[in-house]
Design a protein around this ligand. Sequence first.
Ligand code: TYD
Length: 211
Amino acid sequence: MTGGDGLWITLEGGDGAGKTTQSDLLESWLRDAGRTVLRTREPGGSEVGQLIRDIVLHHRGDIAPRAEALLYAADRAHHVATVVGPALERGDIVIQDRYLDSSVAYQGAGRVLDAAEVRDLSLWATEGALPDLTVLLDLDPQIARTRLDAADKPFDRLEAEKLDFHVRVRAAFLALAVAEPARFLVVNAADTPDGIARTVRDRVTDLLAAR
Ligand code: TYD
């Protein structure tokens, strides 16, 4: 990103792809190596963001697509300005659950908005801030759905969308990874958690060595 010595890693993928498990494994590995880690997420990585998260995920009834995109972008603007940016300035390693790629995939491709416009909106919101690494946990939405069913938690608004929505979201994530191969690491989320964690660690090791 801009300024600072920190490293900014985001995790992306459909619901049920295992982002939390991988973030946990990466965090422990980095902490064991003596690094300072900040774990955060979107939506909801700041106090203002928590309020926005409650609207976008738990509001009953529809939210107009442009309003929804703006809410995610507002969360993101505040989060980058007050949480992520300062952490990177301090030299922390930021491990973040979801970033602007989620907006492009969910609001752009999953909904009816233009993907490039959704991306530009987020880039405006964050003054162009992009992570050093984005790990895309790619998973067949049918398998993801089975995992979510097994977890037996109530679905939020987006998880409750139909399968074809999640198929479009997956395709959008993969297209983003193809467009920016240097930023993305695509992993098969059907692999074992340890196998995936090793692949991620290898890439992070390279990034740390390169600075
Ligand atoms: P997440 O925090 O991963 O959900 P959970 O904590 O329930 O695992 O993500 C919340 C939902 O928000 C997820 O379905 C994807 C969606 N989302 C968007 O639609 N656009 C965005 O820009 C972001 C960040 C998330």
